[in-house]
Design a protein around this ligand. Structure first.
Ligand SMILES: [Zn+2]
Length: 129
């Protein structure tokens, strides 16, 4: 084995260790995630059916709202529902946690693929081909 080979192998092993350490961090962060919910929250402003209402003012219409809507798709089914104003803040946090879950999962899967590659590269060095 040349010095260059031995160096490459050390790098490969370091990668696997580093990847494993990062995966352990991600697992911990996943455990610490609070309540979550998929979807997004949007604000709606509506016009009512009342003639002469401020929402129909010809010069300066003031629509009613905001009304908060939660929209999400789960298992192929889309849902939308209104949130009461006092529910909005908590739901924002849940939606943010869900987004975080997806980010953590994506990074974990990416590292799993990278780790597999690093391990194969290492084996190749051991076999010497
Ligand atoms: Zn109105």
């Amino acid at each position: 084995m040349t010095d260059a080979d031995s160096h490459a192998m050390t790098i490969g092993m370091m990668n696997v260790t580093r990847i494993q350490r990062r995966i352990a961090q991600l697992q911990q962060q996943l455990l610490e995630l609070g309540p979550l919910h998929p979807g997004s929250i949007s604000e709606q402003y509506n016009v009512c059916g009342n003639p002469g209402c401020r929402c129909k003012d010809p010069k300066k219409p003031q629509k009613h709202g905001p009304y908060y809507q939660l929209s999400y798709t789960w298992q192929g089914k889309s849902s939308t529902r209104f949130l009461r104003p006092e529910q909005v803040e908590e739901m924002r946090q849940k939606v943010a946690n869900y987004k975080r879950l997806r980010e953590l999962m994506n990074e974990w899967v990416g590292l799993a693929v990278e780790r597999e590659r690093a391990e194969r590269a290492e084996e190749k060095h051991h076999r010497g081909d």
